[in-house]
Write a protein of this length. Structure first.
Length: 490
């Protein structure tokens, strides 16, 4: 399990235990994922994280990934059925969307609400009905409660509408008194949902204060330096040319080619699709969003989903135009053969990235992933606990600088006396089992053999012959076992 998944599992556990979501704008994201998970987990009879499994949590994001595939049906009255199917098929075949729908992180749920808002809004442009705009607002409110980066997508959406009002030839985008009234419905619906979730339905008004403070914090974080700072082209390198050694199984370049084909037919050719204004809405919103995400130095690979999802809509349109509208038999055969090869290559990638290289750094979507060696630590702790009277009440100290011990809290969650520190707890009596970063060995020796009073300085013995990497680079962890506990294992 990824560290972010483990953090989210802990936050979900906190919400279930207290009934209140405590928003921390300095580090973690909003309550959208957790309130979306709550009814699903409750229906499964899960009440705390001792009852959760990885499957239970990931089922939530997989479910929202499936629901995402149904959103194009909202535009069925305005787009050909074949194109609706191609959009859903493109999303389902995208290695990036597929890979992160398996993670219990915010992105898949967040993207679902972003595009639910956009698709209901697109439906509203043709229907001009209050229901569509209110549903768009409700989905927008859930997205606002999901991740702070909602503002980038909404900025792209807003710019698209401004351009349409200024230069659009169709009367789909128009502003009148009725639109103004419906805009109020949209804003009220979005604000109401976001306020209810951030305040835990009125139980925690401080959550609203945290929401307001998050703007300044995430602006500073987005433009600050750190381990997540990457160049502007980072997302496109992941998508199209991550590594020459893995290019055969790690590129979505075909989607990019089809995207440009779709842009060409959408903006420079006579339109064959009734609802082409909706496709332009998706195209420009995703392009603007991609620009905004690329400008910001802070980048993690899953942040590409909000704009890549929209770009695939246009890729599907490009596929549609090539596959169904090319007239010459020879050209039609060649293009269809290439499209079939492209589709087969995507299926090949889905298998390798999700079944073979799911934790391999050569996979472009693997990022700060714990190594399988984490299970060596978990198995060792279970073995030690099994030889003690304390069992799951075994006192364990886990000490890693910068709190860089995730996902261990998930795997050791049954040990109720486990304590977590980012520095040596000098004023606390040492536990019989200590898991620590090997960089702390000197400080740990001082803690065990100098700070403790005479007569209370038992020998601690390393459990592993070689330290265990939690992630491919760092930290390296060792289990230090008090000698009387070590002797029980012999």
């Amino acid at each position: 399990m990824h560290g972010d998944e483990a953090v989210n599992a802990a936050k979900m556990n906190q919400l279930m235990n207290s009934g209140i979501f405590e928003y921390d704008p300095s580090e973690y994201h909003g309550p959208g994922l957790f309130y979306s998970s709550l009814p699903i987990l409750k229906l499964q009879g899960k009440n705390n994280w001792l009852q959760f499994s990885e499957f239970d949590l990931r089922f939530v994001t997989v479910l929202f990934g499936i629901l995402l595939l149904l959103l194009p049906l909202l535009w069925r009255s305005f787009l050909p059925d074949r194109l609706i199917l191609l959009i859903a098929l493109g999303w389902s075949l995208s290695p990036a969307l597929f890979f992160y729908s398996r993670y219990y992180i915010h992105e898949t749920v967040f993207v679902f609400y972003l595009y639910a808002a956009l698709f209901f809004f697109g439906r509203y442009l043709f229907k001009r009905d209050a229901l569509s705009i209110v549903l768009s607002g409700l989905a927008a409110g859930m997205a606002i409660a999901g991740k702070e980066t909602w503002i980038l997508f909404f900025a792209g959406w807003f710019l698209t509408i401004l351009l349409a009002l200024r230069f659009g030839k169709q009367q789909v985008f128009k502003f009148d008194s009725r639109t103004a009234r419906h805009l109020i419905f949209f804003i009220f619906s979005a604000a109401l949902v976001a306020a209810l979730l951030f305040s835990s339905f009125g139980q925690n008004p401080q959550g609203l204060n945290g929401f307001l403070r998050s703007f300044g914090h995430y602006f500073n974080r987005g433009y600050g330096s750190g381990v997540h700072e990457h160049p502007w082209y980072y997302y496109f390198r992941l998508l199209f040319f991550f590594d020459s050694r893995s290019i055969l199984w790690a590129t979505e370049g075909g989607f990019l080619i089809l995207f440009f084909v779709g842009i060409y037919f959408l903006f420079f050719k006579e339109q064959s699709v009734k609802g082409f204004a909706l496709l332009r809405l998706a195209a420009l919103t995703s392009v603007f969003t991609a620009i905004f995400y690329s400008i910001i130095p802070y980048k993690t690979p899953w942040n590409l989903l909000p704009f890549w999802t929209g770009m695939i809509v246009i890729s599907a349109f490009g596929f549609y135009e090539l596959f169904f509208r090319i007239g010459k038999p020879a050209a039609r055969f060649s293009i269809r053969l290439l499209l079939i090869v492209f589709t087969a290559h995507l299926i090949f990638q889905l298998y390798y990235q999700n079944a073979v290289h799911y934790a391999d750094p050569q996979n472009p979507y693997v990022y700060a992933q714990p190594t399988p060696d984490i299970f060596k630590i978990v198995e060792a702790v279970d073995l030690i606990a099994s030889e003690t009277e304390e069992q799951s009440l075994l006192y364990i100290q886990i000490i890693v600088p910068n709190d860089d011990y995730w996902s261990l809290p998930w795997y050791l969650r049954r040990y109720r006396q486990a304590g977590w520190w980012n520095r040596i707890p000098r004023k606390i009596k040492p536990a019989p089992v200590i898991i620590a970063d090997t960089n702390l060995e000197d400080e740990l020796a001082d803690y065990l053999y100098e700070i403790q009073p005479p007569g209370r300085r038992p020998l601690y013995i390393p459990f592993f012959k070689q330290p265990v990497p939690l992630r491919p680079v760092k930290p390296l962890l060792q289990i230090y076992l008090r000698k009387d506990y070590y002797d029980r294992l012999r």
